[in-house]
Unconditional design. Structure first.
Length: 233
């Protein structure tokens, strides 16, 4: 039976809006005007409201009584808390994956690492922005790294934290002033993981996750980050 076209449009609006939020094409803190979103995505008021409701439940949108909706804001305190939670959960997933992962898991991890290494990180047309193909490969890499974990709940929660941290990582790209070698960080994590060296792999992963937070926190007093934090739409 054919799927209801209304459901297709609603799902499409949700996916497109979610992608814009995660990529920071819609800046954190920006007001989300429903009529403008209806026009942008060529869908009904109901489709946008449904999309915003789902995104609110995911923590990517904030509903404000009497004021409508806003892209979830960012802050130094939230970033510190999010980074701590992600390090704790993601290293736990990696411990389980190293203990339980089989050769097929290793093969998928190697393939994801190869794909990521062969994809340019920056947008060729705008070096201050992330290449969308790289962002997709990066997400696949981090999923492959912990995929050997045997807990669906841990993996589901890890995915939610990854999505939240993705907004911060996107914002950190133009603020990066150091010569950070992300590819080398990934390779070291993978090598320790394939060596089944739990302590080294988890320490390297924790340092990797902390690095993005450090870049943003060091810019917390700069005009660049303040402009993002104080967007009012």
């Amino acid at each position: 039976m054919a799927r209801d076209p209304t459901l297709n449009r609603t799902q499409g609006a949700y996916e497109a809006l979610r992608a814009d939020l995660l990529s920071c094409r819609i800046l954190p803190g920006s007001r989300l005007k429903i009529q403008e979103l209806c026009a942008t995505f060529a869908v009904s008021l109901g489709a946008i409201r449904e999309a915003l409701s789902r995104l609110t439940s995911e923590g990517l949108v904030v509903a404000e009584p009497q004021r409508g909706f806003r892209a979830a804001p960012i802050s130094a305190a939230d970033l510190q808390d999010l980074t701590l939670a992600r390090i704790e959960l993601e290293t736990l997933c990696l411990r389980h994956a190293i203990r339980l992962g089989d050769v097929d898991w290793e093969a998928r991890l190697v393939a994801a690492t190869h794909r990521l290494a062969r994809t340019p990180e920056r947008d060729p047309g705008d070096p201050a922005r992330t290449n969308e193909d790289w962002a997709e490969a990066h997400a696949a890499f981090h999923h492959a790294l912990v995929e050997g974990c045997d807990s669906p709940w841990l993996l589901r929660l890890r995915g939610q934290l990854y999505d939240q941290s993705e907004r911060y990582r996107r914002i950190s790209v133009p603020l990066t002033r150091s010569t950070r070698n992300i590819e080398q960080e990934h390779q070291r994590i993978v090598q320790a993981t394939l060596d089944r060296d739990v302590e080294a792999a988890t320490a390297l992963l924790a340092a990797h996750l902390q690095a993005t937070a450090t870049i943003l926190l060091s810019a917390a007093s700069s005009d660049e980050l303040r402009m993002v934090e104080e967007v009012e739409g």
